[in-house]
Design a protein around this ligand. Structure first.
Ligand code: ATP
Ligand code: MG
Length: 391
């Protein structure tokens, strides 16, 4: 029977106020995410720098899925909490060992005594508990170098904790510790991964999607909302701003050199995203750009595109290989949605020979024939907002 789930968090170097913010936010996020999963007595507590989910004997596994989607958690373990008494510790350790299922060939006990008034030190505790498990389990051996199973005992001032299972979390920093960013979310593979990585560094995100009705279908929009729904599994919910982009694309293709279409389109995306981000009190944008991946993702192109805004752009994928990006997208659950075959707005107005080294000046010149302010304002006025929540 498990009393608690012990939550481990990382980020060496977090100190003072940062550490306090981190912990309080982590506890708050865990509370929010496990709401409705356990019974009424389920609690999340912060005790001497340790975070526990108090489960009082409920099946710990019902919480695993939720805990596996909370940023800031390095790993977690279902633990048995017992009194500071060797007999109790031994019994809990044996029970824990038996819960591993099929008997392993050999095992090892790890003990840590942080409460120095406990009469046995770590080494003695290890030996005592190991011995107790051995004599109660015929045929079992100890192997301290290459154990097939391990049991941990931690003796702290308030109680002793016994566990043997360690489940990996997703690491990072709790959402909300790092401010907010506006993610430019397309239906592709990259931008959802970029959003996930941005959230993992503690940022809350909203998303903006440029929709080119009727060139891109309702299905394309649904796809983006489905991607946002997967991201919401990690954050609780995500606000998606759907910006009508057709008029802008038609104006660009009517008035500008074909080779600059993509760059100018992107400049409009940046302007509009920055404007909506500002309205929402956000100080950064985030994109799925990765250097060299396509013609529009050269440093020259980034230079030309970001020339129209003053807001920092977070590009978590900038130096990642496609294979690495796909690996993350498979892990976080966006890949299957991203590969659904709906065209995005950039493929509609794809020039035959896009400039790979566009210049700011050339873009500025070409944009002279457009009423930038009116186009931007109209798109923002007609933006639709959808809030997607975790399933
Ligand atoms: P992705 O897989 O994210 O679509 P990509 O490799 O297709 O990226 P581009 O099409 O060059 O790359 O887009 C670069 C970035 O611009 C995207 O990662 C995304 O952040 C943003 N972007 C592109 N199209 C849209 C769109 N229709 N709505 C919102 N953002 C977009
Ligand atoms: Mg794309």
């Amino acid at each position: 029977m498990y009393d608690n789930i012990l939550i481990r968090y990382g980020e060496i170097g977090l100190k003072g106020k940062n550490q306090k913010d981190f912990l309080h936010r982590l506890v708050k996020n865990i509370k929010m995410r496990i709401k409705g999963i356990g019974n009424d007595e389920t609690k999340v507590v912060l005790e001497r720098g340790r975070v526990f989910v108090v489960i009082n004997g409920q099946d710990p596994e019902i919480f695993y899925k939720a805990l596996g989607t909370i940023f800031g958690i390095l790993s977690f373990s279902p633990v048995r909490k017992v009194g500071l008494d060797l007999d109790e510790i031994n019994k809990a350790a044996l029970e824990e060992f038996k819960s591993l299922g099929e008997m392993p060939e050999n095992f090892k006990v790890n003990a840590r005594r942080s409460f120095k008034l406990f009469p046995l030190d770590s080494i003695e505790l290890q030996r005592e508990v190991g011995h107790y498990i051995l004599v109660n389990t015929p045929g079992l051996k100890v192997d301290v170098h290459n154990p097939k199973a391990e049991v941990w005992v931690e003796v702290r001032e308030e109680a002793a904790y016994v566990y043997s299972k360690k489940i990996n979390g997703i690491g990072g920093l709790p959402i909300g510790t790092g401010g907010k960013a506006m993610l430019l979310l397309s239906g592709g593979i990259d931008s959802p991964v970029a959003g996930w990585m941005t959230m993992r560094r503690g940022l809350e995100i909203e998303a903006v999607y440029f929709h080119s009705h009727p060139y891109t279908s309702e299905k394309a929009k649904e796809k983006v909302l489905d991607l946002a729904r997967v991201l919401a599994e990690y954050s609780g919910k995500i606000k998606v701003h759907i910006v009508p982009f057709t008029q802008i694309q038609e104006a660009i293709s009517a008035k500008c050199f074909e080779s600059l279409w993509i760059t100018i389109m992107r400049r409009f995306m940046m302007r509009i995203s920055e404007r909506i981000a500002e309205q929402q009190g956000m100080l950064a944008l985030a994109t799925g750009e990765s250097l060299g991946q396509v013609a529009s993702q050269t440093v020259e192109s980034m230079h030309a595109i970001t020339g129209v805004i003053n807001t920092p752009v977070i590009r978590p994928l900038v130096c990642m290989d496609k294979r690495e990006i796909i690996d993350v997208s498979e892990k976080i659950g966006t890949y299957e949605i991203s590969i659904r075959p709906f065209i995005d707005c950039c493929t509609v107005f794809l020039p035959k020979a896009p400039k790979t080294k566009p210049k700011r000046e050339a873009c500025e010149k070409a944009e002279k024939y457009l009423d930038i302010e009116a186009l931007v304002q109209k798109a923002i006025d007609d933006t639709e907002v959808v809030i997607v929540k975790k399933g």
